[in-house]
Design a protein around this ligand. Structure first.
Ligand code: GDP
Ligand code: MG
Length: 191
């Protein structure tokens, strides 16, 4: 298969073929953002990382731009990704579901994002990643830890009342290629 065919196939799988927009992947370090980006880029988990951890990576395929930013840590980084937010069409917030010690830290970041007036109408996909790992928290447990009961707007395809922000949690494994296809197809119908 030619590279172009591969990329077109990858985009159609995600419901993003012929779509135009900017997506940003946010989450604590180690959540799986770079792995997800590489899945889109090469279809592999390989993480070329010769010079330490970049805080920001970008990928362009056709009319779609994907960017990753690590959350948490110092204010300087926050300023950088926040400047990018007004241009963003959809947000993907990734959580490592095996790392319950950092749920509180990740929850704080998610709360900050939910409160941010810059993106109060931007569709938000929350990915609970690494469900292949035996230590993974279940979906209900994750919804409880992140205060998502009653907050998410539903996995079924439907049009939301105007002004209502689309927010939903999907569990996935970037490693095992599970769950994120459905999640992106959900996201794609909201922008
Ligand atoms: N078990 C498992 N490990 C994963 C999965 N996705 C990513 N990882 C691993 O988690 C670590 C951090 O991933 P990375 O993409 O660098 O996270 P980032 O800091 O958010 O960019 C790496 O060792 C990945 O191989 C997954 O679905 N399952
Ligand atoms: Mg990374």
């Amino acid at each position: 298969m030619f590279l172009w065919d591969w990329l077109a196939a990858a985009l159609s799988y995600l419901g993003l073929y012929h779509k135009k927009g900017k997506l940003v992947f946010l989450g604590l370090d180690n959540a799986g953002k770079t792995s997800l980006l590489n899945r889109l880029k090469f279809g592999t988990m390989a993480t070329p990382r010769p010079t330490g951890q970049p805080h920001c990576e970008e990928l362009n395929i056709a009319d779609m731009t994907f960017r990753t930013h690590d959350l948490g840590g110092h204010k300087q980084a926050r300023r950088v990704w926040r400047e990018y937010l007004p241009a963003v069409d959809a947000i993907v917030f990734i959580i490592d579901v095996t790392d319950s010690h950092r749920f509180q830290e990740a929850h704080k970041e998610l709360q900050g994002l939910l409160k941010d007036e810059l993106t109060s109408a931007t569709p938000l996909l929350i990915l609970g990643n690494k469900i292949d790992d035996p230590r993974a928290a279940g979906e209900f447990q994750l919804r409880t830890a992140f205060g998502l009961h009653g907050l998410t707007t539903g996995k079924e395809p439907r049009t939301l009342p105007s002004g209502q922000r689309a927010v939903e949690l999907f569990m996935c494994s970037v490693k095992e290629k599970q769950g994120y296809g459905e999640a992106f197809r959900w996201l794609a119908q909201h922008f």
